[in-house]
Design a protein around this ligand. Structure first.
Ligand SMILES: [Mg+2]
Length: 239
């Protein structure tokens, strides 16, 4: 079985550290509708929640996200739409993976998040899924702090996450549910793991594919000269 040597893991958060295989977050459509109305998007007064939910679930299943469709259709900039939508999502809707806190506690690597989420939403999600102790605030890279740079088109947040990893780029693995967000990390020299259902699993930018984040841990080996990072010693002793 193929193995990945990694001293540090850079994680995406949404749809990577939790998993809704066939649909978007249950509250996503309602949150999006509220956001579109709040932002004054044209034509949303005739859009029903049922119509929008069928669109967002279809786009999630086929493209991994409905944001590009909504952005094109309603002419709202994605960064603005994401930020407003996250104000209305319900974290209790998310399905936590009960294995993950145990797996993180026994994984003595530096763990970093590189996310398009807003800080408030990220804090709510991590608390709900039981992973707050493993991701102290200084280990989370928010695209809002990098001009809303997209992980698929800009190296900015990837470079910031790599700096936090504090090790050679060849010893870093990035774990993501959106395959397009793995292209730049691969070009930078990181290992890459795609999580989830997406059909594009075999591109040269994808080293491995797994169904769920919990499946990643059994693939990882430590570098021979690895020294446990202090931040992760602290996280491990809190469990
Ligand atoms: Mg994601």
């Amino acid at each position: 079985m193929k193995r990945i040597i990694a001293a540090a893991c850079i994680w995406d958060m949404d749809h990577t550290l939790y998993h809704h295989p066939d649909a978007d977050i249950p509250s996503f459509a309602a949150a999006t509708l509220t956001a579109l109305r709040t932002l004054g998007a044209p034509g949303v007064d005739v859009l029903t929640l049922a119509q929008l939910k069928s669109i967002t679930d279809y786009e999630y299943r086929t493209n991994g996200s409905s944001y590009p469709y909504i952005e094109r259709t309603y002419g709202i900039a994605r960064a603005e739409l994401e930020a407003e939508t996250q104000n209305h999502l319900i974290p209790n809707d998310i399905l936590p993976c009960s294995e993950l806190p145990i797996l993180f506690a026994s994984c003595p690597r530096r763990h970093i998040i590189n996310t398009h989420a807003a800080p408030r939403w990220a804090a709510q999600v991590l608390d709900h899924i039981g992973l707050t102790p493993f991701f102290p605030p200084q280990n989370i890279v928010y695209h809002a702090n990098h001009g809303f740079a997209s992980k698929s088109t800009s190296p900015s947040t990837h470079q910031a996450a790599l700096a936090l990893a504090g090790c050679d780029v060849a010893d870093v693995v990035m774990i993501e549910d959106a395959e397009k967000n793995l292209r730049i990390p691969k070009e930078m020299g990181m290992k890459t793991v795609l999580v989830g259902h997406h059909s594009e699993r075999n591109g040269s930018h994808i080293d491995m594919w797994v169904e769920r984040a919990a499946d990643v841990f059994s693939l990882l080996d430590l570098p021979p000269d690895f020294i446990v990072a202090p931040a992760n010693k602290i996280a491990a002793t809190r469990q």
